[in-house]
Design a protein around this ligand. Sequence first.
Ligand SMILES: Cc1ncc(COP(=O)(O)O)c(C=O)c1O
Length: 290
Amino acid sequence: MSSSTVYLNGRFLPQEQAFVSVLDRGFVFGDGVYEVIPVYGGRLFRFDEHMQRLNNSLAAIRLDNPLEKTAWQTLLNTLVSKNGGGEQSLYLQLTRGVAPRDHPFPANTAPTLFASSNPLVPVDPALLARGASAITLEDTRWKHCNIKTISLLPNILLRQQALDANAQEAILIHDGLVTEGSASNLFIVSHGLIKTPPNGPFLLPGITRDLLLELAAANHIACQECNIDRHELLHADEVWIASSTRELLPITHIDGQPIGSGHAGPIWQTMNQLYQSYKQALIAGEVEQP
Ligand SMILES: Cc1ncc(COP(=O)(O)O)c(C=O)c1O
């Protein structure tokens, strides 16, 4: 199998030939941020929104964006076409660069810029049909979960704990309130109303989440950003998680208990259809591209 092409610090090259110094602050400290952008029909999904979130993450860690938006667009579109277009998952990462190991920000150090693009792996249709399981766990992360940092060790440990319990996701609880999944945002349906926790320092402002809010509003479907506690979560009619890689995945069991009927619910069906139609419109070139 031919290897994929990646981008590293100004060059497109085969993945096996791309190397980063052991002194890169991403490697040594996890000092960097990232984005994952799905690509459908060769088109970048919600490019503007991803760039905005990237800029927010960069500002939060006080790292300048080395590229203008149009330069990012050219770079990422070139990478996608070098890897064959179609359906892909784009990954981009910026770190504070290579410098002797020391905590303070290094002076005059160029950031490391890496991007890769791989075939998009769709969610297993069997899992989608039966719904996923989740467990609730104490949210042990920090107070800046809105930054899309590459320092993902807490998320990894939480996700693994869920997998070890034969669940697909960990739903995180901070001070008694649900924040999000270990790698996803969370929605519930309670008494017919869609609810999701509000953006803030304790969760990542997901691109999929925000699109769902937009689609609900455009289709006059009531949706509320509000606090949700564990009791309301467990007694919801429906629960779903949302992310670029898993799209809208129904959660039919939490902590071993069925949610609602124990099957994907009707409001999930409606929102998933709206989401899938949006994707098809993007593929057909009907969604305005930047
Ligand atoms: C912690 C966390 N929350 C939410 C999300 C969903 O974000 P998006 O919809 O932009 O993929 C992710 C995605 O990786 C995540 O890691």
